[in-house]
Write a protein that binds this ligand. Structure first.
Ligand SMILES: Cc1cc2nc3c(=O)[nH]c(=O)nc-3n(C[C@H](O)[C@H](O)[C@H](O)COP(=O)(O)OP(=O)(O)OC[C@H]3O[C@@H](n4cnc5c(N)ncnc54)[C@H](O)[C@@H]3O)c2cc1C
Length: 425
């Protein structure tokens, strides 16, 4: 019997990491996951051709073997509430690790037509379907909306989600795949190698182009697209796209996949005492405590859509202070300081420059956190952190400082992030 119990909501990298670390510290840990599959966006977002699923599911089995109970098909808001967990079931801590799964809408006429499937919904259906098929259940098929074989597909957005959706549609037999992006190629937030690979595969790109209307009475038959020109530089240092009046063209397509960003679904949050920022990330302090005592948060639901390694780091953040930046980086990457190249560079197959910078920032935070435990600081949520995974959302508003809340006590020895997590970042 455990003297302390914690429940984690969401079985993505943040939730699974927190679950494992808490179990290793002697907590009784249960993870509630909305989907039939654990793994979060690693399982149902990042496609198989970029992140093979077998090592992921093997890792998850290891976490279960360490004593973590994962209950799938359990959704916060419909199957249980935060009050149930704390007041009725008596858990000592709740960690919200629900990611950012709510797709941003285009807000144009025709978006409700059959054949419009938002990027993460499309990838999720494929991910869940593949997992079930892998387990031998041949009866399941993705919804007709997600069947792309032989169809002409338009994907909207310039981030990695858009590229993943486009390249997945192509692999599933789409007749044509078009990527529509409102800025120019150099401004795409997607990894350059993904764009290059997509071009080589035959995916067609339309730059300085923005959809204004989905055509069709109930089924998608086409997309009206307005050309853009570049205007003044915006706060993010990129030139703002400006619609060119009267300059429109039509693409004949059967399916439209908007992939212009995601936010956290906070529809269940009323009367919980938990606060969110204007950009729907949880308000937390430096110990990742929310504004409700006993409730913590981690991952994309705190940072806004980011990366696996950042979610893993947050999953162990308050459980795992480190003494130096080197130690932080070593623990985050699994690469000992001595094995790094000249100037502290990382092996090229594990991280790129962008992640290097982020890792360093994270390690600094871990170090600061190790030195100054439990100081109450408002998390600077969202900012322009969307770049790696998102379409192109605009920067959002400030956060309010939360009060200091009790946290989970004690340090944790020996955690090391798996290398595959980095290798696939
Ligand atoms: C298409 C795509 C490609 C990406 N590519 C990369 C990449 O190449 N490299 C990289 O590092 N990162 C990538 N990312 C980002 C990375 O996957 C995320 O940053 C990371 O998974 C976030 O982890 P998380 O645990 O915070 O949330 P998630 O991984 O999103 O996990 C959250 C979990 O919570 C569950 N959940 C949500 N709501 C509820 C609820 N109400 N009740 C119960 N459970 C709930 C969800 O089903 C999910 O399983 C990509 C993301 C996407 C979408």
């Amino acid at each position: 019997m455990h003297s302390k119990t914690a429940v984690i909501i969401g079985a993505g990298p943040a939730g699974l990491t927190a679950a494992l670390r808490l179990a290793q510290r002697g907590y009784g840990v249960t993870v509630y996951e909305k989907l039939p599959v654990a793994g979060g966006m690693m399982a149902v977002g990042i496609p198989e051709y970029r992140l093979p699923k077998e090592p992921l599911f093997a890792e998850i089995e290891n976490i279960e073997r360490a004593g973590v109970e994962i209950r799938c098909n359990q959704s916060l808001g419909s199957d249980f509430t935060v009050n149930d967990l704390l007041d009725r079931d008596g858990y000592n801590a709740v960690i919200l690790a629900i990611g950012a799964h709510k797709s941003r809408k285009l807000g144009i006429p025709g978006e409700k037509n059959v054949g419009v499937v938002h990027g993460t919904d499309f990838l999720r259906e494929i991910g869940v379907f593949n997992r079930r098929l892998g387990s031998g259940d041949q009866r399941l098929v993705p919804s007709s909306q997600a069947v792309v074989n032989g169809k002409r597909v338009a994907v909207i957005g310039g981030g990695n989600v858009a590229l993943d959706a486009a390249r997945t549609a192509w692999r599933l037999g789409a007749k044509e795949v078009h990527v529509i992006y409102r800025r120019q190629r150099e401004a795409m937030p997607a990894y350059a190698e993904e764009v290059k690979a997509a071009v080589e595969e035959g995916i067609q790109f339309h730059f300085l182009a923005n959809p204004v209307k989905v055509l069709g009475d109930s089924y998608v038959t086409g997309l009206v697209i307005q050309r853009q020109r570049l205007g003044e530089f915006d706060a993010g240092g990129r030139r703002r796209p400006i619609p060119v009046d009267g300059d429109e063209f039509t693409l004949d397509v059967d399916m439209v996949i908007p992939a212009i960003g995601q936010t956290t679904d906070t529809a269940w949050m009323q009367d919980t005492g938990i606060s969110a920022t204007r950009s729907s990330t949880f308000v937390v302090n430096e110990a990742l405590a929310t504004t409700r005592a006993g409730v913590f948060a981690a991952g994309d639901a705190v940072s806004g859509p980011a990366t696996v390694v950042e979610a893993v780091a947050q999953g162990m953040f308050h459980l795992w202070p480190v003494r130096s930046i080197d130690e932080g980086i070593e623990r985050l990457t699994g690469v000992p300081a001595g094995e790094r190249g000249p100037d502290g560079a990382y092996p090229p197959d594990t991280v790129n420059g962008r992640v290097d910078r982020r890792l360093h920032e994270l390690a600094e935070k871990l170090e600061a956190f190790g030195k100054q435990p439990r100081e109450t600081v408002a998390k600077d949520a969202s900012d322009d952190d969307e770049e790696a995974q998102q379409g192109d959302k605009e920067p959002t508003g400030p956060t309010e400082p939360p009060p200091g809340e009790p946290d989970l006590p004690g340090d944790l020895p020996e955690p090391v992030a798996s290398k595959w997590q980095m290798a696939n970042s």
